[in-house]
Design a protein. Structure first.
Length: 339
């Protein structure tokens, strides 16, 4: 029997999640809830998605724009086995109360705090621990990328400590009122940044500190990673081999012409990915080097798409329908992730 999934929110993440759910062989997208009857809503209708207004007030607004809503978000929630909440940050607590009152399971995004659910998820790190949870938080894009890589290195070599500098995109591509900025902005000024503690919500044993800046770009974050390994015999070749064998990590090389995040996005385009999306953690193979068992590398994170496979796997993990291995395999195959 298919898992009935509702998408509450249809922005940058929500519309990608809806498409990914629709494509899964064991899931049914019962509808999406949206505030505004904009072009995204009209395109969703063309895809055959049932549209639900966020509230009663919005029903007439949708009808006035030629879209007949199937009901309100509460109607949508009642139809679902699980809700993917991708509404803007800080709305989660009030939505959680609605889900709890209706006895529904829900996934929240990394813009919400860990305390909202008490459990944060990355498929390759703690899939089994999500079993039966009513509320789960799928961590942010940067935390997802870091956890995948740190988990792989920790299992193979042991991680003694990790230090990471994150150059963040200033705004998403359609946020024309926010950026790009004509500056490098300290974000935050007070250090370390929140990214390290967020990794610890998934991997509490990892010693990690991070700092971050915002730069004038709208596509991708870039991580400069410095990770001290416990295995003093580790070599750059062994690290590269480990990363190359790890699912949802893609190695690229500047020698093949990929020397920037822009060229990484062009790779997504040439791979034929919808919206040019890259679901993988992107590591420059020729940046990987080791000095006295400390490994250095650059990693790109496509903020619009990296958490999409995690949401799909979290659905199965919470609903206890597939093992981690099987879910990751199915999700990868459907989304075109090569390994």
């Amino acid at each position: 029997m298919s898992i009935k999934v509702a998408s509450n929110g249809y922005g940058v993440i929500g519309r990608r999640i809806a498409d990914a759910v629709k494509a899964q062989p064991d899931m049914e997208l019962v509808g999406i809830a949206k505030v505004s009857p904009d072009y995204k809503a009209k395109l969703a209708v063309e895809k055959g998605y049932k549209i639900f207004s966020a509230d009663e007030k919005g029903l007439e607004k949708f009808r006035g724009n030629g879209i007949e809503p199937a009901g309100t978000s509460k109607d949508l929630i009642e139809k679902a086995d699980i809700i993917i909440d991708s509404t803007p940050g800080n709305i989660g607590p009030s939505n959680k109360e609605v889900y709890a009152d209706l006895g529904k399971k829900a996934l929240f995004q990394g813009g919400e705090k860990h305390d909202l659910t008490g459990f944060s998820f990355v498929a390759q790190c703690n899939y089994g621990d999500a079993a039966g949870k009513q509320f789960t938080r799928v961590v942010s894009c940067n935390t997802t990328g870091l956890c995948r890589v740190l988990n792989a290195l920790d299992q193979e070599f042991g991680v003694d400590r990790a230090r990471v500098v994150i150059a963040r995109r200033a705004a998403d591509p359609d946020e024309t009122t926010k950026g790009p900025i004509d500056a490098v902005s300290l974000d935050p000024v007070h250090l370390p940044s929140h990214h390290g503690p967020d990794v610890n919500t998934v991997m509490p044993h990892i010693n990690i500190s991070t700092m971050a800046i915002k730069i004038p770009t709208t596509h991708m974050h870039l991580h400069s990673a410095m990770i001290q390994l416990k295995d003093k015999t580790a070599s750059s070749d062994r690290v590269i081999d480990t990363l190359n064998r790890t699912s949802r990590i893609m190695l690229v090389n500047s020698k093949s012409g990929i020397k920037s995040t822009g060229q990484v996005l062009d790779l997504g385009r040439e791979l034929g990915r919808p919206r040019n999306d890259l679901f993988e953690s992107i590591i420059w193979e020729d940046s990987v080097s080791i000095v006295e068992s400390e490994v250095f590398f650059f990693m790109g994170v496509h903020q619009e798409s990296i958490v999409i496979p995690e949401n799909i796997d979290a659905i199965r993990a919470v609903m206890q329908t597939k093992s981690a291995k099987d879910s990751i395999h199915i999700t990868n195959q459907i989304l075109g992730i090569r390994k």
